[in-house]
Design a protein around this ligand. Structure first.
Ligand SMILES: *[C@@H]1O[C@H](CO)[C@@H](O)[C@H](O)[C@H]1NC(C)=O
Ligand SMILES: *[C@@H]1O[C@H](CO)[C@@H](O)[C@H](O)[C@H]1NC(C)=O
Ligand SMILES: CC(=O)N[C@H]1CO[C@H](CO)[C@@H](O)[C@@H]1O
Length: 727
């Protein structure tokens, strides 16, 4: 039962899947198989009734193969008839088919892949038996200067072809036995660090290295081959370069050769960098070229770096630096500064006043003649027959100044100034710069008021000024109240001219023998009606004269003893306005003293301040006259002690005097409190005080004058009396 079931199954599979492609069979055959042949590889699952058909084995192309493979028709085994060489052919693609005589396919085609398994039967080979390399002194250690090449025909990617390079020996072994290092996998030959430091002292010109290449990776076993490397030591030619000067706008064929570098070692690739990037290149021989015209104004200087590199782009040594300096050509025109708005010059400005300063820009090399700009005034031209010019230009600084010719207010002048490079030499460039000048009127007349603003007493003896105070910011709410105003009263003082006498000096001739009481002359005011004056003698040191106080009559007081005929005797006469003093009467009306009328004498109390500030003159036996001795005393109440004596009796009167400023009516202006009925915060009185005493021949000025009343009681201080200033 069981075989029958299997058979059915086997038959049914092809019937059920008549066109199904059988999966590829893969078979591996060891390379260089050393056993007996034929070697049976694998049995193919041919159907039983295949005995009727014919097994066909074909190669890749589908043709019947004469190759090393065959099918055993009896067993259905694929077999190989001889040893295979992987390096000759690594894989075989076969097809097995069972077909009838007439070509009808009963089974298959069955693809079979035969893979030849590699055996390490290949020896590595150096690409050359002898390598020759040039090594420049100065080569950095570790930078490969030679890459050894070797091949191994065994299967790639397997240990059989995994190669390692080694230096077996170095000759001479001087100055160090291991001057070189060989990278094992890459075969990159470089100076060792020790070799690098000792190479400079080494006298040797050539080193011979025996190098080995070996397969099987780092395993000890494997095939190997050797080669010789001859390393020639060459003096370095990698020396720094002098800067190169290249003219801008150079008209030559490009690329234009400008320098050459040379790396004396072998296998060199030159590489050039420009900072900033510029039109430069280097060819394989180390020739440096500029590839197009340069423009100094675009870039005046370049720093080139040239590198000598191995085939892996590694620098053998530090790069060489090369400065390229672009030489200037005068290829730029001076550019005028942007035209300023009109320059205003006041009329009557002095010559030399600077109008403006031109500074034309020239992009050529600074400090060279190409950018050396000078200036020349083109317009306005000097006028015929007129000396000097209205404007001048400093050729070097470009400073435009006023010349000696004056300008008129309202003139508008366009200046044309030529700016030339090459310091104005022939062949240079130039531009014309424009400066517009307006001559302005100056304020040479002071403003004047048409009507006079001096105050006039006759027009208005006083003025009331109401001052309102308000804040700068706008007031919110109800308006300002009465407290925001103040009234200031300005009183205008009448200026009274000092009294004038009818003559400046008086003269009288007197006989030497003239008796006492002889009349000499009369001194009187020039306008006797308007004022009454009081006269006194000031320095009658001889006591020869006397003067009538009110009439001004001058008499001799005694005989002129000691005078010689022809002598002149000069005496000063003082004339005072009678209003300006205070009559102090003696205590004649004192009841106790009433009987004892007698001439009193009056003196000021001993207080030095009182004696300095006041003057007391005896008028007659009962009255004295008190005046200010100074031009000014403080306006306040003063108590003046006056000593009155009579027949060895003495009284002291205290005269109370109030010094104040007076208004024109003679009313004393005193500081008062808030005035009733006036919306003032402050009342003030301003007044100008005037002057008023004249003296015959010579003048004394007194600022204040007096009225007085006093109490009868001589022991009591006099009543307060306001002093009134005449205004
Ligand atoms: C009085 O003073 C006047 C002016 O200073 C002077 O010229 C004159 O000689 C004086 N007289 C006497 C007598 O000193
Ligand atoms: C003295 O002078 C005063 C003031 O001028 C006058 O009032 C008085 O009558 C004079 N007395 C005598 C005795 O002259
Ligand atoms: C008193 C006073 O100063 N008056 C002068 C007012 O102004 C006129 C004009 O300036 C002068 O002539 C007055 O002398």
């Amino acid at each position: 039962m069981v075989p029958a079931w299997l058979w059915l199954l086997c038959v049914s599979v092809p019937q059920a899947l008549p066109k199904a492609q059988p999966a590829e069979l893969s078979v591996e055959v060891p390379e260089n198989y050393g056993g007996n042949f034929p070697l049976y590889l694998t049995k193919l699952p041919l159907p039983r009734e295949g005995a009727e058909g014919q097994i066909v084995l074909s190669g890749d192309s589908g043709k019947a193969t004469e190759g090393p493979f065959a099918m055993d028709p009896d067993s259905g085994f694929l077999l190989v008839t001889r040893a295979l060489d992987r390096e000759e052919q690594a894989e075989y693609q076969l097809q097995v088919t069972l077909e009838m005589q007439d070509g009808h396919v009963l089974w298959g085609p069955q693809p079979v892949l035969v893979h030849v398994k590699d055996e390490n039967d290949q020896v590595p080979h150096f690409s050359q038996a002898i390598y020759r390399a040039r090594l420049s002194r100065g080569t950095r250690p570790g930078i490969p200067f030679l890459f050894l090449e070797a091949s191994d025909r065994d299967e790639p990617g397997t240990a059989n072809s995994d190669l390692r390079f080694h230096i077996l020996s170095q000759a001479p072994a001087q100055p160090s036995p291991d001057m070189f290092q060989l990278e094992p996998r890459l075969g990159a030959l470089a100076l060792s660090p020790k070799g690098s430091t000792s190479l400079d002292h080494a006298l040797e010109r050539t080193y011979q290295l025996l190098v080995q290449v070996k397969d099987m990776g780092d395993q000890a076993s494997g095939h190997q081959a050797t080669a010789t490397v001859e390393v020639s030591i060459i003096e370095s030619t990698w020396v720094s370069l002098e800067p190169i000067h290249l003219a801008e706008n150079l008209k030559v064929l490009y690329p234009h050769h400008m320098a050459q570098v040379h790396w004396s070692g072998g296998d060199v690739h030159y590489h050039l960098e420009s900072h900033p990037p510029g039109p430069f290149e280097v060819n394989a021989e180390g020739n440096l070229y500029v590839t197009r015209e340069l423009d100094r104004e675009a870039q005046a200087e370049y720093l080139l770096q040239v590198r000598a590199q191995n085939s892996h782009g590694e620098d053998y040594a530090a790069p060489l630096e090369l400065h390229v300096l672009v030489m200037d050509e005068n290829d730029n025109v001076p550019i005028c500064p942007p035209r300023d708005p009109t320059v205003s010059i006041p009329e009557l400005s002095p010559p030399g006043t600077e109008v403006t300063r031109l500074s034309a820009e020239d992009a050529d090399a600074p400090g060279s003649p190409n950018s050396h700009v000078v200036y020349q005034l083109l317009s306005p031209e000097p006028e015929d027959g007129v000396e000097g010019r209205a404007f001048q230009v400093d050729p070097t600084s470009g400073s435009v100044t006023l010349g000696v010719l004056p300008l008129r207010a309202g003139q508008n002048i366009l200046l044309l100034v030529l700016a030339m490079d090459l310091a104005g030499a022939e062949g240079g460039f130039s531009s014309t710069c424009e400066v517009e000048v307006a001559v302005t009127d100056i304020n040479d007349h002071a403003p004047e008021f048409i009507t006079s603003q001096n105050l006039s007493y006759e027009a208005a003896p006083s003025h009331e000024v109401v001052v309102v105070v308000q804040s700068v910011a706008k007031l919110v709410g109800p308006g300002p109240g009465p407290g925001a105003t103040a009234t200031v009263t300005v009183l205008v003082e009448r200026v009274m001219p000092p009294p004038k006498l009818d003559q400046e000096s008086y003269e009288a001739s007197v006989p030497i023998s003239a008796p006492a009481g002889s009349f000499l002359l009369t001194i009187q005011p020039s306008d006797p009606i308007s004022r009454t004056l009081r006269f006194s003698l000031v320095n009658d040191s001889e006591g020869w004269l006397c003067i009538e106080k009110f009439s001004g009559e001058v008499h001799t007081a005694q005989s002129l003893q000691g005078a010689q005929p022809g002598d002149t005797y000069t005496v000063l006469v003082e004339a005072q306005d009678t209003d300006h003093g205070l009559i102090v009467s003696g205590p004649s009306k004192d009841p106790d003293l009433a009987s004892g009328h007698g001439p009193y004498s009056f003196t000021l109390g001993p207080n030095p301040t009182v004696q300095r500030d006041w003057r007391l003159q005896t008028l007659n036996g009962s009255h004295a006259y008190l005046t200010l001795a100074l031009h000014w005393v403080e306006p306040r109440e003063h108590i003046i002690p006056v000593v009155v004596s009579h027949n060895a009796q003495m009284w002291q009167l205290l005269v109370r005097v109030i010094v104040c400023r007076c208004n024109v009516e003679g009313q004393c202006m005193r500081k008062v409190g808030r005035m009733k009925g006036m919306p003032t915060k402050l009342s003030a009185v301003g007044i100008l005080v005037g002057t008023l005493v004249a003296i015959g021949i010579f003048l004394i000025l007194i600022f204040t004058h007096w009225t007085m009343s006093r109490k009868k009681d001589p022991d009591q201080p006099a009543d307060s009396v306001p002093l009134k200033a005449t205004v």
